[in-house]
Design a protein. Structure first.
Length: 345
């Protein structure tokens, strides 16, 4: 069975019994004039319609590229020959071309139909414009057959033959529903998260004492914070504004060089020589602890500022309450013991 021809037969069977109107009008000729003929010539509305019926059926079956669009049977047969899809062996699903004169020349073809079944030298077909006005099944011998067109043998660039396993495999590879994308993994979420959101930073004072307002609560809240942050970050990944937010720059350790020299000369301590200074120019010196603390606090402030867009989300509504509760100074703490922080609502 020709795979494309089977689709044609499925459509053709739904039209069995159709009869042209008294003036020769057919819906197939009308459709051809409006949709295929570039000039929209009204001639086709009442013209012989055996081939226009097949063109119509091919369009309805979505296989017009393999069947062709013709009203002229000689031209249609020549097209199959040019496509290397022409032969003399009857096959279900093939187009069969007849010449009532008995000629075997393509130029003498008078009629076309669809082969439904083959019994030896007998063809069972579905044909339009037969017995004058009907679309019906016919039984014919092969004596008047000029040849057969095999739609499934037509090569269409970039497409597999419809109805074949190869075509089904290609469709499965090309079609991916938009809703089927897998959820992002934890590694992907953490990789795309700004560094400030992944690191809990303590703010030491100049004296080196820890004044973190979460001191004493970290052990109890570490699990809760992890769940909260992961949930918040998963929500953020799903929102365009958060997904496109650039990560804040990482805290950098500045390297002292010639551009850090003071404008005016200064007196060197007794134990320091000019050679010592030259040797120290190329070395990396950590910023003072107080500078690191200020940078960390700025980084922390940037993180809270960037999630301000989610202030109305129910998933984060309790965060402010939790922070307000654990951020209150205890009886043993001084109200000014920790640096002031500004959190965006």
């Amino acid at each position: 069975m020709d795979a494309v021809g089977q689709k044609l037969l499925d459509v053709a069977k739904t039209q069995l019994g159709y009869t042209e109107k008294s003036n020769g009008y057919t819906k197939f000729g009308d459709w051809f004039a409006k949709n295929v003929d570039e000039q929209h010539d009204s001639y086709f509305v009442t013209a012989p319609w055996c081939d226009m019926f097949i063109t119509w059926a091919a369009d309805k079956a979505g296989v017009q590229d393999w069947v062709g669009q013709f009203a002229s049977t000689p031209d249609h047969a020549a097209w199959f020959q040019k496509q290397h899809a022409w032969g003399t062996k009857p096959e279900p699903g093939a187009l069969v071309f007849y010449s009532w004169s008995g000629s075997k020349s393509i130029t003498d073809i008078n009629h076309v139909g669809l082969v439904e079944r083959v019994d030896g030298s007998t063809l069972h077909t579905i044909e339009g414009n037969t017995d004058g006005v009907h679309l019906m099944r016919k039984t014919r011998d092969t004596s008047d057959v000029v040849g057969y067109g095999y739609p499934a043998k037509v090569k269409v660039a970039g497409h597999e033959v419809p109805g074949t396993a190869a075509a089904a495999g290609t469709a499965a590879q090309q079609y991916t529903p938009k809703h089927s994308a897998p959820a992002p993994s934890a590694e992907t979420i953490l990789r795309d998260t700004p560094p400030a959101a992944r690191t809990a930073t303590k703010t030491p004072s100049a004296a080196g004492h820890d004044h973190n307002p979460f001191a004493g609560h970290e052990a109890a809240l570490s699990g809760l914070m992890a769940v909260l942050l992961c949930g918040s970050l998963a929500l953020a990944v799903g929102k365009t504004t958060a997904a496109k937010m650039p990560a804040p720059p990482a805290v950098r350790v500045r390297k002292r060089g010639r551009h850090h020299r003071t404008a005016l000369p200064v007196a060197l301590p007794v134990e320091v020589t000019a050679a010592d200074l030259d040797a120290a120019e190329a070395s990396t010196i950590m910023m003072p602890a107080l500078t690191l603390a200020a940078a960390a606090e700025a980084e922390d402030r940037a993180f809270w500022g960037k999630i301000a867009d989610f202030k109305d989300d129910d998933e984060l509504a309790f965060w402010s309450d939790l922070h307000a509760a654990v951020g209150q100074p205890t009886k043993t703490e001084s109200p000014v013991s920790s640096p002031a922080r500004s959190y965006a609502d």
